[in-house]
Write a protein that binds this ligand. Structure first.
Ligand code: ADP
Ligand code: ASP
Ligand code: MG
Length: 403
């Protein structure tokens, strides 16, 4: 018997009609003789609404209580899904994470699943029942309810695939699969049949929210193939797998973008050993990640201009840390948070010369100024002005023949 985990995202369970539709997909899989664990997200918009509620009470809403609040969305859909399955003649029941239990480690709102007890659920599956499990939630060793980061139901599905040793991990969502760029913003984007973990990890960390990046990372570490497919069409989806199963005929696989960065520039920083460390050490001690760094030396060699990027939500904190640090001498500081990060990703890049210059040339042709650059073996990212985001993505899409 094939054991499957089927995960349905927020839009796929976004209304009663859609829950009933998803239940029919599950029923069919079950009738085909498969043993099924279902993972559900909260109904689309619910988690955002709950966050709004907490913010209207306090900007510093207690994180333990935030987890109790946010995970309620998945409790609702678990019960509705089990009820919908029962209604169409499928034996099913929900389990909250504390009933299984799903054990997590780490901070509230950003915990990660470390273990689950499989006994009760496996017994239920062997009696022919369908188990419905809420995504995104767990409990800590001390018994508190935790959540595992936005988009975390993907990570729950991967953790279940690993711990329950399922034969497949299927992510049902509102698009047909992973595309060369966000199909809702770039209509010419093309569906990718197969993509490597490494590429998917880059794409999702760089803004393609179709898969949560920590879910991809965990799938990669445990070699769990993932299928991403649509709840609403029967078209073939995308398989995320290890690189050896993929033939590369293109240097670039996809273009991702995100609008959650900010660029900070320090002008006239004295140029001596240890200055960069003095600037970045306090940032890292305060959990502020620095992404790209550019340093220009002035013509007299005594001063330098230092530009770096951080997450937009961290930028004001970064600025106050720098301002309050008496060790750092600079003439001026400015911040630009109207920037976006555009990235091209492709495992085929390693073997293809000239990709970097082609990317820069094609942005120049559109008169798009590059404000910062970073590269790795399989990606090149640039920071540009935010208002040019879609134009840049479209241009790169054409340049690398992804249309
Ligand atoms: P779910 O609620 O099912 O988890 P998400 O909203 O988290 O779904 O992710 C699906 C969305 O990801 C799509 O609607 C699409 O707009 C967006 N997306 C961004 N980049 C890509 C991409 N490269 N391929 C497919 N979808 C993408
Ligand atoms: N409901 C959670 C969120 O919106 C988890 C998920 O949908 O994957 O982030
Ligand atoms: Mg998602």
């Amino acid at each position: 018997m094939t054991k499957k985990v089927l995960k349905f995202g927020g839009t796929s369970v976004g209304s009663i009609k859609r829950i009933v539709h998803a239940a029919k997909i599950i029923k069919k899989e079950h009738e085909n003789g498969n043993s099924i664990i279902v993972v559900v997200s909260a109904m689309a918009g619910t988690t955002n609404n709950l966050i709004e509620h907490s913010r209207s009470i306090s900007k510093k809403f207690n994180k333990r209580e935030l987890d109790v609040l946010l995970t309620s969305g998945e409790q609702v859909t678990s019960a509705l899904m089990a009820g919908a399955l029962n209604d169409i003649g499928v034996t099913a029941r929900s389990w909250m994470s504390w009933q299984i239990p799903i054990i997590t480690q780490g901070d509230h709102t950003n915990a990660r699943i470390i273990n689950m007890n499989v006994k009760k659920v496996n017994d239920y599956l062997s009696e022919g029942g369908v188990a419905v499990i809420p995504g995104f939630q767990g409990i800590s060793k001390s018994g508190d309810i935790t959540s595992i980061g936005r988009g975390g139901s993907d990570a729950t599905a991967v953790a279940i695939a690993k711990i329950f040793q399922t034969d497949s991990c299927e992510i049902y969502t509102d698009v047909d699969g992973v595309y060369s760029s966000d199909p809702n913003k770039i209509p010419l984007a093309k569906k990718i049949d197969k993509i490597s973990y490494e590429e998917m990890l880059e794409l999702s960390s760089l803004g393609a929210k179709v898969m949560q990046s920590s879910a991809v990372q965990s799938a990669m570490m445990n070699n769990i193939p993932i299928q991403v497919k649509s709840t609403f069409t029967e078209r073939k989806g995308t398989e995320i797998n290890s690189e050896e199963n993929i033939d590369y005929n293109k240097a670039v696989t996809g273009v991702a973008y995100s609008k959650d960065d900010a660029k900070i520039t320090l002008l006239g920083v004295s140029d001596q050993p240890g200055v960069a460390a003095d600037i970045f050490e306090p940032l890292s001690k305060n959990q502020i990640n620095v992404d790209m760094v550019i340093q220009n030396i002035s013509s007299d060699g005594k001063k330098t201009d230092l530009t770096f990027t951080t997450k937009r939500q961290d930028s004001s904190n970064a600025i106050s840390l720098i301002k309050s640090n008496k060790k750092i001498k600079y003439e001026k500081m400015h911040m630009n948070d109207k920037v976006s990060k555009i990235s091209i990703v492709g495992a085929g890049m390693v073997a293809t010369p000239g990709i970097t210059y082609k990317m820069f040339r094609s942005l120049a042709e559109e008169k798009i100024n590059i404000l910062a650059i970073s590269t790795s073996e399989i990606k090149i990212s640039v920071i540009i002005n935010e208002n040019l985001t879609i134009e840049a993505v479209k241009k790169l899409h054409r340049t690398f023949k992804l249309d």
